[in-house]
Design a protein around this ligand. Structure first.
Ligand code: HEM
Length: 419
């Protein structure tokens, strides 16, 4: 950046920061931000990238029915902000993300990612109100750790080694083949945790020698998820348009819920027949033959829920979750993936929705805690969808701003500093 431009940018930034101070923002932030004189030059951004960070669907391959095929590998990187956030922090993060955008095409053959910000970033570091609430336990039968990370970076593509290389560059400063520009985040962010995983035909079967899965290799060879069923059919997902925030500082953003669940599939595969697994995954009114023919909709009619409870004494996961639909449409867009982290079968459940309340409504519907009042054969977990087989270990909520606002959103002076 030339000196004159820099001086202007800085003056504009300080004026904005002063204005924000009058508006009551945390003074520590302003002092820190005002010290941010060591601006890093901001790299160029390839043209044509979508305004929504979560606009992945248009880049995804489709199966023969038109269902989007998720990227095969995912990685979640969690960070805290280093010290007091400044515009120099924001420039460093933005620069690294732009380097990634220049290095890889936006799509599963290149790289897809979202940056989300947690409750504490807004309240603790900026002294302002958070657009998302802190996460909490969402059923009587879970006791999750509530993550307090400032930032969640979700990376996804079809090449596992690429995600490892990107992480090594961002976190450890390792060189990244083909990249021209800064990537190392260490002076802006402190790395806290990484979670990894995969989803797609063949991958769960290839990774089934882990805790939580019986040793006789029961996961079907072509299954995209450990539990053996296809997921993410078009009509069982919210659309990207439906989950986009329409107005305000987070317009074209969305909210993200990230949980980590352990799977315990001994009785799933060891004690249940195909028929019983289909009943628990979809609905007791669905037969394995019907399930095998699902194309764009797992037709697990929520209006048959009452019948499932009273007549069958078992309810299905898709059926109970579908009770949360609004105008016939699901509220959440699931971008979850299996994991073998820690040598244990698990699921990193990542879902996007316009508000965290939409997630809570969906998860409450999935709990089906009302069923036991009508039929004691069903409890919170027994005969109740897949609740018996998943154990929530961790939960967290994030806001995913628009692409333009993704680096240190709501930081005073940000717009000028990123110009
Ligand atoms: C191991 C964990 C899970 C597995 C294997 C799983 C699998 C499935 C499957 C096979 C369907 C049928 C529809 C489709 O093919 O997309 C479905 C639907 C659904 N699931 Fe899950 N799921 C899991 C966890 C969750 C969790 C934690 C939630 C959170 C609330 C959830 C929410 C939903 C919703 C909202 C639907 C669509 C309901 C509708 O059509 O309105 N699932 N899931």
């Amino acid at each position: 950046m030339n000196e004159r431009r820099y001086a202007l940018t800085r003056r504009r930034f300080i004026m904005r920061a002063a204005g924000a101070a009058a508006g009551g923002l945390a003074t520590g932030v302003l002092e820190g931000a005002a010290r941010a004189a060591t601006a890093v030059a901001l790299g160029a951004q390839p043209p044509g990238l979508p305004a929504r960070q979560f606009a992945w669907d248009a880049t995804l391959a489709r199966d023969r029915y038109g269902n989007a095929i998720a990227p095969r590998y995912d990685r979640l990187l969690f960070f805290d902000v280093k010290g007091t956030p400044t515009t120099a922090h924001a420039r460093q993060l933005e620069n690294a993300l732009r380097t990634l955008e220049r290095t890889y095409p936006w799509g599963p053959s290149g790289l897809l990612f979202t940056v989300g910000w947690g409750h504490g970033y807004f309240t603790r570091l900026l002294g302002t109100s958070s657009p998302v609430p802190p996460a909490m336990a969402l059923s009587d039968f879970e006791l999750p750790t509530i993550d307090d990370y400032d930032l969640c970076l979700h990376l996804a593509c079809d090449e596992a080694l690429r995600l490892a290389a990107v992480e090594a560059a961002l976190v450890g400063g390792a060189p990244l083949s083909g990249a021209s520009g800064p990537l190392h985040l260490a002076s802006a962010l402190v790395w806290r945790e990484t979670r990894t995983g995969f989803v797609g035909s063949g991958l769960p079967a290839a990774n089934q020698q882990v805790g939580g899965i019986p040793s006789d290799r029961p996961v079907p060879a072509g299954a995209p998820l450990y539990m053996g069923f296809k997921s993410g059919l078009t009509r069982n997902q919210a659309s990207e348009d439906a989950i986009a925030i329409g107005a305000g500082p987070f317009a074209e953003g969305t909210t993200q819920q990230v949980s980590y669940m352990r799977l315990r599939l001994d009785s799933w595969y060891g004690e249940l027949s195909d028929r019983e697994r289909v009943a628990r995954m979809y609905a007791p009114q669905v037969t394995p033959q019907q399930a095998a023919r699902f194309t764009v909709d797992a037709a697990s009619d929520p209006s048959l829920y009452g019948q499932a409870v009273r007549r069958y004494g078992v309810v299905g996961h898709a059926q109970t979750s579908a009770r949360a639909r609004r105008a016939g449409k699901p509220l959440i867009l699931r971008r979850d993936f299996d994991t073998a982290d820690g040598g244990q079968a698990g699921l990193h459940f990542v879902s996007l929705q316009r508000t965290i309340d939409d997630f809570i409504a969906t998860r409450s519907a999935m709990n089906a805690s009302d069923a036991q009042f009508h039929n004691p054969a069903i409890t919170d977990t027994v005969n109740n969808g897949i609740n018996e087989f998943i154990f929530v270990l961790k939960r967290a909520n994030y806001i995913i701003p628009s692409r333009a606002e993704r680096s240190f959103p709501a930081l005073p002076g940000l717009a000028a500093a990123l110009r």
